[in-house]
Design a protein around this ligand. Structure first.
Ligand code: MEV
Length: 308
């Protein structure tokens, strides 16, 4: 008998990078993600997807081994299916980590509640990203829309599912290949170490956009949320995390009537850009007119506290 599990991808609405240093962030789960399918086997084994680069294969094997160890090595062979663009800032490694962790926990007959899945998925994410804030896999575990804050000095943080009034209609544009998140986070860390006061000021300001965005969501003020996204993009530009092509995509979405638009995820030389629209048809038209690959997504929410 086969077992399946799913981990959704994510978009960060507000707060990427600053969240690594303890500022709050808002993130939403996509309908797209990674499905793990397991069939009984004589050992714990991952069937690697075809066409992966050597570095990615090695990381995937290492991350899978960490999850296998953490779950007591259930006898299962795991295959992966994904409709999420990989290495685009849409949380593909976290989605994979959550899907695999949930599947291995179930196969081992262990609890697969949010806390248990999160604990194993964090170990996998650390193999992919080094020192992730935890926002990606927390969002994938919780689903819906979350506010997230890393605990001071801890490896992960606290996720709170948010209740929102109106669904959020997003255009997601794929702007092009980018450096790995680990590299972008590390070079920002170096700049911060060199000019700590300036960078800490910018991180604090990004955290404020997340707090403002949280309030705007609670008040069903989509224009206020969009404005916080625009300001957040400006701050990411100031941190050196955008590029000419990301900026052009952001400005294109605003010209098509986005209430707010910004890069999402680690940024750098490429990756993904999101725009918030009042209606789904506007988001679809903006994608068509951008000339870039992309998809629309509607974020909805439910409201309950989630451990992470
Ligand atoms: C990556 O999706 C988000 C970053 O803030 C890194 C992290 O939170 O670990 C850039």
């Amino acid at each position: 008998m086969s077992l399946t599990s799913f981990g959704p991808g994510k978009v960060i609405l507000l707060g990427e990078h600053a969240v690594v240093y303890g500022a709050p962030a808002l993130a939403g789960a996509l309908q797209r993600g990674v499905r793990a399918v397991g069939i009984p086997s004589t050992d714990t084994r991952l069937q690697l997807p075809k066409g992966l680069k050597a570095r990615m294969r090695a990381q995937l094997n290492e991350a899978f081994e960490a999850a296998a160890e953490a779950t007591g090595r259930p006898a299962i062979k795991v295959a992966l299916e994904s409709d999420l663009p990989i290495s685009m800032g849409l949380g593909s490694s976290a989605a994979l980590s959550v899907a695999v962790s949930r599947l291995l926990l179930r196969a081992a007959g262990r609890r697969d509640d949010a806390r248990s899945v999160s604990g194993v998925a964090l170990q996998m994410e650390q193999r992919f990203h080094g020192t992730p804030s935890g926002v990606d896999h927390a969002c994938s575990v919780a689903g819906g829309l979350i506010s997230y804050r890393r605990r001071p000095g801890a490896a992960s943080g606290r996720a709170q599912r948010l209740a929102v009034h109106s669904p959020l209609h997003l255009a997601v544009l794929l702007v092009g290949e980018r450096s790995p998140t680990r590299t972008t986070v590390a070079s920002l860390r170096e700049r911060k170490a060199r000019w700590p006061e300036r960078y800490e000021r910018l991180f604090r300001e990004i955290g404020r956009t997340a707090v403002d965005g949280h309030r705007a969501l609670a008040e069903d003020d989509l224009a206020g949320l969009g404005d916080a996204m625009n300001v957040n993009h400006g701050l990411l530009v100031a941190l050196g995390l955008s590029s000419a092509s990301l900026d052009a995509a952001v400005h294109g979405l605003r010209a098509q009537g986005a209430l707010g638009a910004k890069l999402t995820g680690a940024g750098g030389d490429g990756g993904a850009v999101i725009g918030l629209f009042e209606r789904p048809a506007q988001a679809l038209r903006a994608i068509e007119r951008s000339g870039l690959p992309g998809f629309s997504s509607t974020l909805t929410a439910c409201g309950e506290e989630q451990p992470s």
